[in-house]
Ligand binder design. Structure first.
Ligand code: ZN
Length: 376
């Protein structure tokens, strides 16, 4: 165990990297996928089950937790790790993105954002300083800078103006974070789809200095092609010896494409949210368990998967419990999806370590191209 936060790249293959982020709460193998525990729970999963899927780290949402149950309450109860019974690393976002997407009556100034809670309408203020305080109260291991992600569509001038304010906020976040050994603060690169703005943002962040760097402003509806277009150059502006985090990504093919382009960390609600709406992700793509073709099918979702949903239950059962609205439906499909995402990350890590990433990606694409198994 270490008392410091550090990152070590152990192998590269093209632009892809594999390595380990070390923290006092445990190691994070990269490339890493972080399940999202929005309200201090990965929905439908026990923390030990999340760990059993292979997750090294969870993401918590500052916006949700500050509104309910409140950061001060979580701090009084021993911090987020103790509160939710997850002793391994936790990354918290800054709250900024969800203020923009979820709250009403927002007022944005250079100082910060005033907004009304989507839960009870109460008034709140988030700024670089208050976001750092809340993330410290939660006890987060990896803290994200408070930034602004401009609503799309936006002109290049609007994106530039917003990015420059986010860079001023990044300095304020760094100043407010203080000296916290073992904890990390990540800067967030903005700049939309303009290479010059991405580079300007990266230079501003590097001048401040962070323990890791996120690529922000993507996965907000711009489409995979535009996202990969930015990822073709943006990671190259960031330091090679620090982790690179792509926020809010994504689908399995987004993840593979991001890792190939040099991304080390990702998070997404997709595996858990899909699990509650009857959608499964397998090596052969997406399966809609609601579909009547599964009603008499005794086969597992994926015969090669070792998760509890695939080793213990048939497609027919999964179809039945979804249709019947039984809670075990969301539990089993979420477990399977998280297991599949973590297996994908393990496969990517091994392929990079062995220098076989091209072959791994070709196999990944070939399996998906086959589509789901034929109905009986
Ligand atoms: Zn499975």
């Amino acid at each position: 165990m270490t008392d410091r936060f550090s990152f070590q790249v152990s192998a590269t293959d093209g632009r892809a990297r594999t390595g380990v982020i070390s923290t006092p709460r445990g190691d994070i193998r990269t490339p890493a996928f972080m399940p999202v525990g929005t309200a201090a729970t990965v929905k439908a999963m026990m923390p030990e089950s999340v760990r059993a899927t292979g997750a090294d780290i969870l993401l918590g949402n500052t916006y949700h937790l500050m509104l309910r149950p409140g950061a001060e309450r979580v701090e009084r109860l021993g911090g987020l790790h103790r509160f939710m019974n997850w002793e391994r690393p936790i990354l918290t976002d800054s709250g900024g993105f969800q203020v923009m997407s979820l709250s009403s009556l927002r007022k944005l100034t250079e100082e910060g954002v005033t907004f009304s809670s989507h839960v009870d309408g109460s008034k709140h203020f988030l700024s670089p300083e208050t976001s750092m305080q809340i993330q410290r109260q939660l006890g987060s291991d990896i803290v994200m800078c408070f930034d602004e992600c401009p609503a799309l569509p936006a002109t290049e001038a609007e994106v530039a103006q917003s990015m420059r304010m986010s860079m001023r906020w990044a300095q304020r976040s760094r100043d407010a974070f203080g000296d916290r050994p073992g904890h990390a603060l990540f800067g967030i690169m903005q700049g939309g789809v303009t290479p010059e703005l991405r580079e300007e943002s990266a230079e501003a962040l590097k001048a401040i200095g962070f323990e890791g760097y996120a690529i922000g402003g993507l996965a907000v509806g711009e489409g995979q092609e535009a996202m990969f277009g930015v990822l073709d150059y943006a990671p190259g502006y960031l330091p090679e010896d620090k982790p690179r985090y792509l926020m809010g990504v994504g689908k399995p093919d987004d993840i593979v494409g991001a890792v190939v382009r040099g991304v080390d960390m990702m998070d997404c609600v997709l595996p858990s949210r899909s699990g509650r709406t009857g959608q499964a992700w397998t090596r052969r793509g997406q399966v809609n368990i609601k579909n009547a073709r599964h009603a008499d099918d005794p086969r597992p979702l994926d015969e090669h998967c070792t998760c509890p949903a695939c080793t213990g239950y048939s497609r027919a059962y999964l179809h039945h419990v979804f249709r019947a609205g039984e809670m075990i439906s969301g539990m089993l499909l979420t477990w399977h999806n998280l297991h599949y995402f973590q297996e994908l990350m393990a496969g990517l890590r091994a392929a990079i370590a062995e220098g076989h990433l091209d072959a791994f990606v070709a196999e990944f694409e070939a399996m998906r191209a086959q589509g789901d198994i034929e109905p009986l």
